[in-house]
Design a protein around this ligand. Structure first.
Ligand code: SF4
Length: 66
């Protein structure tokens, strides 16, 4: 089953790491916080490794992949 990614904006500290690792999935929004740009948050297989890497490396664990 496809995985779904989300960012908890209350937790995100706007470090930019996730957007650097996977700009196809994450962008910094107008509020300065990261957000997922994938339709419905659904992670295409080709981006799965990069998205999971970003989730693992986020310094405040704001990215959820489930
Ligand atoms: S890596 Fe985490 S803290 Fe940094 S911008 Fe992305 S979601 Fe926010």
């Amino acid at each position: 089953m496809a995985k779904k990614a989300s960012v908890d904006k209350d937790t995100c500290i706007s470090c930019g790491l996730c957007t650097g690792l996977c700009s196809d999935a994450f962008v910094i929004g107008e509020d300065g916080k990261s957000e997922v740009v994938l339709a419905d948050g659904i992670v295409p297989e080709a981006l799965e490794a990069a998205v999971e890497d970003a989730a693992a490396q986020c310094p405040v664990q704001a990215i959820k992949v489930e």
